[in-house]
Design a protein around this ligand. Structure first.
Ligand SMILES: Cc1ncc(COP(=O)(O)O)c(C=O)c1O
Length: 493
């Protein structure tokens, strides 16, 4: 209370000082010394007032104390960082928006932000079940409300029981809430059909945090022994930014654009051999499914990469944040962990692998929760202790993000109350919803494939194109999920 009062006084004084002349300042400062509280507090205030007075006086005299942190003294590694997703073009877009808000004109009516995969910012509605669980965790008084189904309450109670003081406002253990780590391990086991140890799971602040943390462990050495980090090109710029910041060596391997951006094992060999001349390649980063390229790696390709990593002693970082965003019927997501297991004990007992997932992507797109996890296997136990040490420096990832991650890996089951709503698409079939949205957002009217009959689990729309004389027409029946994946590939770069 005492501190609060003194802070309040501080801001009042700061506000007052802005209005005062230097002469008034001196006498004002003097008055406060005489009239205020015990000596220590008085001294604290005096120091503050003096500093404020100095700034205000110098401002008036046109003089400013020289800054300690300038572009000359700034960490050069920070200067080297580039982040295209929010770079100069995006800053310019913000300026154009403000210009238009102030009445300025452009040959378009709005800036459409297609620079970042932020689904909610673009109007995606949250999944009710996820938000209900997080709402109850945040405000447990709602547990008594009849508006929340029992399965939601059960999950929220379970998460809260894992939190210190049964509150989402507590810190968790640095690797995350234990029951959430166990749920994630169960999810991975179910997804891959191979064992997952919950003690290898670490909750993170989005996948970005996990990726940065693992890279931090891997970067070392000087000059030609400096860590080389193999990354795909095109890449998601978190990687190049992290490499610059850590002053590691970026080793580019190019994805094959002529082959739907596939990863070519010969290109990995080329990049590795070239990099060995000037650095020590220690890690290979994979983005599967790819961003910005949208490709989904085949099992054979993953086996080749893992074999390559095994032969060349590379640590594998597999960014799998888009694992739920596979739409093309001829593509399937295979986790690196699963393929590693299937390659046999020689591989799965030795290749060091960290895989990353996130609340930001998939069908939830909950970027703002900053939830994520990584699974780390075959890490040297002593290094693992160092990893935990590093994680504990930032205490723990946000608890709300951990709760959101739990819901994603632990969605409603068919026998649970929320299952039906969870699987609805606003009360209509997905192809109907697609056509409705297309009409509302673009004015293009096509009809859903369900009106014509289609195989279960596939969704189409029918589009008719008339020729000039209206005597012939062409009917296109397009599969919605196939088109979406194709569009992602075509437009992504
Ligand atoms: C490939 C890839 N990895 C990581 C991230 C970062 O995800 P998060 O929001 O979980 O930090 C993104 C975000 O777009 C991404 O595309």
């Amino acid at each position: 209370m005492y501190r609060l009062q003194s802070l309040a006084a501080r801001s009042l004084i700061a506000g007052a000082l802005d209005q005062c002349s230097p002469l008034t300042l001196t006498s004002f400062t003097g008055v406060r010394h005489k009239s205020q509280g015990p000596p220590v507090e008085k001294y604290g205030q005096m120091r503050f007032i003096t500093a404020e007075a100095k700034v205000a006086t110098e401002r008036l005299n046109g003089k400013m104390r020289e800054r300690t942190l300038t572009m000359e003294t700034l960490n050069p590694q920070v200067k080297a960082v580039e982040y295209a997703v929010r770079g100069p073009i995006v800053i310019k877009a913000g300026e154009i928006e403000r210009y238009m808000e102030e009445g300025g004109t452009k040959p378009f009516s709005e800036v459409i932000k297609a620079n970042i995969g932020d689904a909610h910012a673009m109007g995606q509605q949250p999944i009710t079940f996820l938000r209900q669980v997080v709402a109850l965790c945040t405000f447990p008084e709602l547990m008594d409300s009849p508006s929340f189904p029992e399965d939601v309450k059960w999950r929220a109670r379970r998460i809260l029981e894992g939190c210190g003081g049964h509150s989402l406002g507590s810190y968790s253990a640095s690797p995350g809430v234990e029951c959430i780590r166990k749920d994630i391990a169960a999810y991975i086991e179910q997804r891959d059909g191979v064992p997952a140890d919950w003690e290898n799971i670490y909750l993170t602040t989005g996948a970005s945090d996990g990726i940065m943390t693992v890279l931090r462990l891997l970067v070392s050495g000087k000059d030609s022994s400096r860590t080389g980090v193999m990354i795909p090109i095109p890449q998601y710029p978190l990687y190049s930014a992290a490499i610059s910041e850590m002053d590691a060596v970026q080793v580019n391997y190019y994805l094959d654009e002529d082959n739907c951006w596939a990863l070519d094992i010969n290109e990995l060999h080329r990049a590795f051999q070239a990099a060995k001349q000037h650095c020590q390649p220690r890690v290979i980063c994979i983005i599967n499914p790819g961003n910005p390229t949208g490709q989904v790696q085949s099992k054979k390709c993953i086996e080749e990469v893992l074999h390559f990593a095994y032969e060349e002693n590379l640590f594998v970082m597999s960014d799998e944040v888009y694992q739920d965003n596979v739409y093309a019927p001829d593509c399937q997501f295979h986790s690196f962990k699963k393929v590693l297991y299937e390659m046999g004990p020689e591989y799965f007992n030795s290749v060091e692998l960290a895989s990353f997932h996130s609340t930001s992507k998939g069908y939830t797109g909950e970027c703002g929760f900053r939830g994520g996890y990584m699974e780390v296997i075959n890490m040297d136990p002593e290094v693992k202790a160092q990893l935990v040490k590093l994680l504990s420096v930032r205490l723990c990832p946000p608890l709300a993000g951990q709760a959101a991650m739990d819901v994603i890996v632990n969605p409603p089951q068919p026998d649970e109350h929320s299952f039906k709503q969870f699987h609805q698409a606003l009360g209509m079939q997905p192809d109907m919803l697609y056509c409705l949205r297309l009409l509302e957002e673009t004015g293009i009217c096509v009809v859903p494939g369900s009106g014509f009959g289609q195989k279960d689990g596939t969704y189409h729309f029918r589009k008719v194109t008339l020729n000039m004389h209206m005597s012939h027409y062409v009917v296109f029946l397009s599969q919605i999920n196939k088109t979406a994946q194709k569009t992602k590939n075509d437009s992504s770069y």
